[in-house]
Design a protein around this ligand. Structure first.
Ligand code: NAD
Length: 306
C-alpha cells in the first residue's frame, strides 16, 4: 500500500518532465509574431494612403447586447484598428433591438462613405435572424466574409475578401514556406466560419481535402493519415496527440476556457508536439491572425471598392 502510494505520487512528476523536456520536437508557428508583421505592413500601407490624401480605411463593428466574450472580441478589433491607423466605429445596441432596427443600422453603414468594412459580432440574441442581417451587409463591405457572395467567390476560385480565420491559417502556412499542393489535409469541424471555408482555401491551393465533423465515424483514422490537420471544433483535447502522423503540420483553431481559467485548443498539444513537424499554440496561434486578417480585409475593401 505504502509503495503504491509512492508510485502514484512520483509518476505524474516524471511524465510531465519527460513530455516538456525530452519530447517536444515540433517547431511552433508563432501567430503573435506573424500577425504583428502583417499589422505592420497594413499600417505602412495606410500611412501611404493618408500621405496621398486618401481616406484611412474605416471599420464599423456592431455589438448587440452585453455578452462579455463578445465585448472582449469587439474591443480587441477596435484596438487593432487604432494600431493600424484605421478609423473605427463601435456601435452598441440593446439586447432587445428589433430585426428591422438592426437591418436599418446596417443599411446606414452600407451608405456611409467613411466605412469600408462592416462587422456584426456573433452570436446575436435568439430573436434576431443572423443570416438576414449578414446578407444585408453590402458584399464590398463584408470584411468578415460571411456573405454568400464572398463565400461563393471563394467556392468558384475567384476570392476577393476571404474568411478571416482560414485566411489567417493560409498566411501561417505561407510563413513556414509550406506549399499544400498535393498534401492530404484533414479539416476537423465544418462550420461556416472555420471548417467549410478552410476546406475551400486548401482545395484552391491544390490540397486533397477531407472534412470531418460530428457525424464522422472514425476521426482517428482520418487524422492519422493527414499531412496537415486543421482543427476547429471547440472541444478541448478532441484530437489526440498519438493520432498525429510523424512530420505532420497541426493547426489548432479551437479556443476553449478550462475550469481553471486557462485557454486551450482542441488538440492534445504536448503529445501532438512529439509527432508534428510544426504546430500552433493556443493561445498565440490562430487567434491573433484572425484579427490581423480582418484588418487586411478592411484595407483590401478600401483599396478595391472605394
Ligand atoms: P461550431 O460549433 O459552429 O462548429 C463546430 C464544428 O465541429 C461543427 O461542424 C461540428 O460538426 C464539429 N464537431 C462537433 N463535435 C465534433 C466531434 N466530436 N468530432 C468532429 N467534429 C465535431 O464552432 P466554430 O464557430 O466553428 O468554432 C470552433 C472552435 O474554433 C471554437 O473553439 C471557437 O472558439 C474557435 N474559433 C477560433 C477562432 C480563432 O480565431 N482562433 C475563430 C473562430 C472560432
Amino acid at each position: 500500500m505504502a509503495v503504491g502510494t509512492t508510485i502514484e505520487k512520483i509518476t505524474p512528476y516524471i511524465s510531465t518532465s519527460y513530455l516538456v523536456i525530452v519530447s517536444m520536437s515540433a517547431q511552433l508557428i508563432d501567430g503573435n509574431k506573424i500577425a504583428a508583421e502583417l499589422r505592420s505592413n497594413i499600417k505602412q500601407s495606410v500611412q501611404k494612403r493618408i500621405d496621398l490624401g486618401q481616406k484611412a480605411p474605416g471599420l464599423a463593428v456592431i455589438l448587440v447586447g452585453q455578452d462579455p466574450a463578445s465585448e472582449v472580441y469587439v474591443n480587441k478589433k477596435v484596438k487593432a484598428c487604432e494600431d493600424v491607423l484605421f478609423n473605427s466605429q463601435k456601435i452598441v445596441l440593446q439586447d432587445s433591438v428589433s430585426q428591422q432596427d438592426l437591418l436599418a443600422q446596417v443599411e446606414k453603414l452600407n451608405h456611409d462613405e467613411s466605412i469600408h468594412g462592416i462587422l456584426v459580432q456573433l452570436p446575436l440574441p435568439e430573436h434576431l435572424d443572423a443570416s438576414e442581417i449578414l446578407e444585408k451587409i453590402r458584399p464590398e463591405k463584408d470584411v468578415d466574409c460571411f456573405h454568400p457572395f464572398n463565400i461563393g467567390r471563394l467556392a468558384q476560385r475567384i476570392p476577393v475578401l476571404r474568411p478571416c480565420t482560414p485566411y489567417g491559417v493560409m498566411l501561417m502556412l505561407d510563413s513556414i514556406g509550406q506549399d499544400v499542393k498535393g498534401l492530404d489535409c484533414v479539416v476537423v469541424g465544418a462550420s461556416n466560419i472555420v471548417g467549410r471555408p478552410m476546406a475551400m482555401e486548401l482545395l484552391l491551393k491544390g490540397a486533397t481535402v477531407t472534412v470531418c465533423h460530428k457525424f464522422t465515424k472514425d476521426l482517428a483514422d482520418h487524422v492519422s493519415r493527414a499531412d496537415l490537420i486543421v482543427v476547429g471544433v471547440g472541444i478541448p483535447g478532441l484530437v489526440k496527440g498519438e493520432w498525429i502522423k510523424p512530420g505532420a503540420i497541426v493547426i489548432d483553431v479551437g479556443i476553449n476556457r478550462l475550469p481553471n481559467g486557462k485557454l486551450t485548443g482542441d488538440v492534445e498539444f504536448e503529445v501532438a508536439s512529439q509527432n508534428a513537424s510544426w504546430i500552433t499554440p493556443v493561445p498565440g496561434g490562430v487567434g491573433p491572425m484572425t484579427v490581423a486578417t480582418l484588418m487586411q480585409n478592411t484595407l483590401l475593401a478600401a483599396e478595391t471598392y472605394s
